[in-house]
Design a protein around this ligand. Structure first.
Ligand code: FRU
Length: 424
């Protein structure tokens, strides 16, 4: 990584490495790091829309926040097309799988509200058509700013390009429900720079998205995590000793793993409102290990920094593998060094019998982990796949030092508030 001087004039940190040796310790189906089976008879939130990435309203310190007793979540959302000729198969039946797989191209931000932290009611779209500058509204984070109900929604404006943006609005409550107002002016914040973070010109399969702003509990400054890839032309990355780690004989061959270059990015705000940002070198890189470390987020606990990020089986490099799910790393200070939780990094993965049952896990500071249902084997022979597009059962984990344990399972989409804010 090239040396740059950061805002503090200090030498920049060295990214921590998730190594191939760490990843060799990943084991699917360890009951302490595996999500309980999701049954094929799950309820769906809506038969009109698919939802996937779920973003609970929270404060800048990470606490899940309700307003006037109403919980609010934001979701990536796309219409279901059961009657659209475009999504009928040769026999005239609705091809839900194709509809579901196409959803990323038409993702829009919606919101839902609830009195109970589950049984979510659809509020509607956050931004009117035409407000967001690109076709796709991809994942991010809604932050409740104050008792006036103002919200900064950070998200990713994708196609063309991929830009981290923010839009400000306000939450309004009544006895009967919640509405969001404003969210009319989208402000671009930054894009990949090609020096620390890979650009589209360097790699057509680059990732740059999923902002997660936070206040560092130790230095009180405003930062933001995001997903990136390490800068450089596709294929030019080196998987050397450091990226390989201490592997047993027979595991030295890295195959084509130079194509997998995920990283967790970090930026620091130059102002107190988070309108002006400076990108810093990544906190964590996974060169030679995995190509995607999505939706990075923190839990601050016991004076430590627990960094979580979601990843897929299909994005692992040659010679290493692991389940779809959430992975984690821990450090004593914000800039690391980070070590993989449970030795491997795996915190909560899908069981190998249902490898696509859930995704996009978000670990909340109360130890609850929310995710969405992707697809679950169904039918008598289990050969059909039932598509989800809805909230998965919430899982409880316990975080203890450098280890985590699955300890509980809750209702579908259970996202209880940690603090309630009475609006003025
Ligand atoms: C995770 C994710 C995010 C992205 C969104 C696109 O499920 O890939 O990284 O913002 O979904 O639909």
């Amino acid at each position: 990584m090239k040396s740059t001087t950061d805002t503090f004039g200090k030498a920049p940190h060295q990214p921590s490495l998730w190594t191939r040796a760490d990843a060799l310790k990943v084991h699917a189906d360890d009951p302490t790091t595996t999500q309980p089976l999701v049954s094929a008879d799950f309820p769906v939130l809506s038969d009109k829309v698919f939802i996937w990435d779920t973003m609970p309203l929270r404060d800048i310190d990470g606490n899940i926040t309700s307003v006037d007793g109403w919980s609010v979540i934001f979701t990536l959302t796309a219409d279901r097309h059961p009657n659209d000729p475009q999504y009928l198969d040769q026999n005239g039946n609705y091809d839900i799988t194709r509809d579901w797989n196409d959803r990323h191209g038409r993702a829009k931000m919606y919101y839902w509200f609830s009195r109970t932290g589950k049984d979510w009611k659809l509020g509607g779209r956050v931004m009117a058509e035409g407000v967001s500058p690109t076709v796709r509204e991809w994942a991010g984070t809604p932050i409740l700013l104050n008792e006036q109900g103002e919200i900064d929604l950070y998200y990713t404006a994708v196609t063309p390009g991929a830009t981290i943006v923010k839009v400000r609005g306000r939450v309004v409550t009544t006895e009967h429900g919640v509405s969001l107002v404003g969210f009319e002016k989208v402000k671009p914040l930054f894009e990949a720079d090609g020096k620390m973070y890979q650009t589209e010109a360097q790699n057509a399969f680059w990732g740059f998205r999923d902002p997660w702003p936070f206040r560092d509990p130790k230095d009180g400054k405003l930062y933001m995590l995001f997903e990136g890839n390490v800068a450089g032309e596709r294929g030019s990355h080196k998987v050397g000793k450091a990226e390989i780690g201490d592997v047993p004989p027979g595991h030295e061959d890295v195959g084509n793993s130079r194509y997998q270059t995920a990283c967790v990015g970090i930026a620091v705000a130059r102002d107190k409102d988070g309108d002006d940002w400076e990108m810093l070198p990544p906190l964590l890189t996974a060169v030679g290990v995995n190509d995607q470390t999505e939706r990075p987020h923190f839990v601050f606990q016991d004076g430590k920094y627990y960094l979580f990020t979601i990843s897929h089986t299909f994005t692992y490099a040659d010679g290493v593998t692991g389940p779809d799910g959430v992975y984690g790393f821990v450090a004593d200070s914000l800039f690391g060094p980070y070590v993989p939780l449970n030795g491997s990094g795996l915190v909560l993965g899908n069981p190998s019998s249902q490898p696509f049952q859930t995704y996009s896990h978000c670990v909340m500071p109360n130890g609850l982990v929310t995710s969405f249902i992707d697809s679950v084997p169904a039918g008598e022979d289990g050969k059909q796949m039932r598509i989800g597009g809805t909230e998965a059962p919430t899982v409880g984990i316990k975080i203890k030092g450098q280890q985590t344990f699955v300890v509980a399972e809750y209702d579908y989409g259970f996202i209880p508030p940690m603090v309630d804010v009475t609006l003025k």
